[in-house]
Design a protein around this ligand. Structure first.
Ligand code: ATP
Ligand code: ZN
Length: 299
């Protein structure tokens, strides 16, 4: 009996599919798909279908408009979703942010015509602000005790001041070039946003297990991306000093070279400290420095 029960639990787990909502086409799509592919999850057909099942991992992709993703996850149509934090906050649904992904970074900012002097947030008192993000904006205005009129429009917010529809805008900014070409200037950053994985708070245990496996893979890919494998030849008299500069994950691998007085050192180096460390290594007499990308890294 117990064996039978265990068998059914096994079959049930086997049949569970984690449904992942991603943007069908837009600024999040390519990076979302890339992340999933780098985690070793294969799909036979592209994003032309609404739904696509992986051939080697228990997940299914649902291709949707980004605005709809928080709701689909709340309603359990999808178990998790990849979407910008800006959409999550604007929609205000009860979803759990599981992981920040570090791409599609942007900010939600207030902007006004370039020629107008800005005195501070109180400038917006009694003014009209055009936006596609009325919820986040009204929260900000309330917090800062500003009484302004919000005009909700769904696109091309940046042209609103030019056509006399508003005195200022509240919109997504990344490089700022759209603002410049519309003769606007950014005056207040209200929110910094990036792509995140959200999940339904009611996710089942079996699906949670699949999600944990997926997160494990994503972490391995991301850690690898921010690290490099380094090999170099070190003069033995400076070996310890060189090891101190590149301590690696546990400690570096050190092997003697055929030529006496020299060792080969292998280690892992963080991308952030890369150039600084290379300079120090050169000063310590390291030679033949090779730096190699790491594909996956399990720490
Ligand atoms: P959809 O047709 O799916 O509704 P959309 O036009 O609303 O797409 P996109 O312009 O593709 O949305 O933007 C999707 C998300 O990408 C935004 O919600 C935001 O999180 C992020 N994003 C938007 N603009 C930029 C930008 N200029 N730079 C970086 N990320 C951005
Ligand atoms: Zn959208």
């Amino acid at each position: 009996m117990q064996i039978l029960q265990a068998f059914f639990v096994f079959i049930n787990e086997k049949m569970e599919i984690l449904k992942i909502a991603i943007q069908k086409s837009g600024r999040l799509s390519e990076k979302s798909l890339e992340l999933i592919k780098e985690a070793g999850i294969n799909f036979n057909n592209g994003s032309r279908n609404l739904v696509s099942r992986s051939s080697n991992f228990p997940v299914e992709l649902l291709f949707l408009r980004d605005d709809d993703i928080p709701q689909y996850v709340t309603d359990n149509v999808a178990d998790i979703g990849i979407v910008g934090e800006n959409e999550v906050l604007e929609k205000g649904y009860k979803v759990t942010t599981v992981k920040k992904l570090g791409f599609s970074k942007c900010r939600l900012s207030l902007a006004i015509p370039k020629s107008i002097e800005f005195s501070g947030p109180e400038f917006f008192n009694g003014k009209r602000i055009a936006t596609s993000y009325p919820k986040i904006l009204s929260k900000y205005l309330k917090k800062n005790n500003i009484k302004a009129e919000i005009h909700t429009i769904s696109g091309s917010v940046e042209i609103a001041p030019g056509i006399g529809l508003a005195d200022g805008i509240f919109d997504i900014v990344s490089s700022g070039s759209t603002l410049i070409s519309n003769r606007l200037k950014e005056v207040e950053v209200v929110l910094n946003s990036e792509a995140v994985i959200i999940s339904s708070p009611q996710i089942s245990e079996a699906k949670k297990k699949i999600l944990d496996k997926l997160l494990f893979r994503i972490n391995a890919v991301q850690t690898a991306g921010s690290n490099k494998y380094i090999l170099l030849n070190a003069p033995n008299e400076n070996l310890q000093a060189i090891i101190d500069v590149i301590p690696g994950m546990k400690s570096p691998t050190v092997m003697p070279l055929a030529q006496e007085g020299w060792s080969s050192v292998h280690s892992v180096l963080s991308e952030k400290e890369f150039w600084e460390v290379i300079d120090q290594l050169k000063d310590l007499g390291a030679q033949g420095i090779l730096v190699i990308p790491i594909e996956k890294m399990i720490v």
